[in-house]
Design a protein around this ligand. Structure first.
Ligand code: ADP
Length: 151
């Protein structure tokens, strides 16, 4: 059976840290769906969702087994509907761990066939976060070295 993993997130924007998790995830899974969630508490985006879909598709244009999707429902439900048995997430630090731990418990409760899998960030990406990139970009700072595509 094909091992399909969902990599859910806001990806506002998608960063080199995210790219690294996806590419390393390919050693574990046959297919990865990068799933941009919206309509959550973070519903006001900085980068348009269509723009981000386009940039993620460009980033992975040579990988037919990496797909991009959007969703506005429970992650566990979206995973079930797409045949994904794994949720891929990245961990940078203990703050991420605290947050991811509770999400993973809830997702397990909602869909017990869904296994959360965590990859520890590569050190060169450990301090990259979408929120910092948004702040730098807002004030016309150069964020190009944090992104795997051109803005
Ligand atoms: P969310 O809004 O769900 O936290 P994000 O887009 O911020 O979504 O992040 C998606 C996933 O990528 C999360 O698991 C997050 O911890 C992880 N992640 C974010 N930045 C990095 C990074 N630099 N290195 C590794 N993982 C990361």
């Amino acid at each position: 059976m094909k091992r399909i993993a969902l990599f859910p997130g806001s990806f506002d924007p998608f960063t080199k840290g995210h790219e690294d998790i996806v590419l390393r995830g390919l050693t574990l899974f046959d297919e990865i769906i990068v799933a941009i969630g919206f309509n959550s508490s973070k519903s006001v985006r900085y980068f348009e969702i269509e723009f981000m879909i386009d940039r993620i598709n460009t980033t992975f244009k040579d990988y037919p087994n990496i797909k991009v999707a959007t969703f506005s429902e429970l992650t566990a439900e979206f995973a079930r509907r797409n045949g994904a048995r794994y949720l891929l997430r990245g961990l940078r630090n203990t703050t991420d761990f605290e947050y991811e731990n509770s999400i993973a418990q809830v997702n397990r409760y909602l869909n017990e066939e869904l296994e959360s899998v965590f990859l520890i960030t590569s050190p060169q990406f450990a301090s990259i976060s979408s929120s910092i990139i948004r702040e730098v970009h807002r004030y016309q700072g150069d964020v190009s070295s944090f992104l795997p595509y051109k803005l």
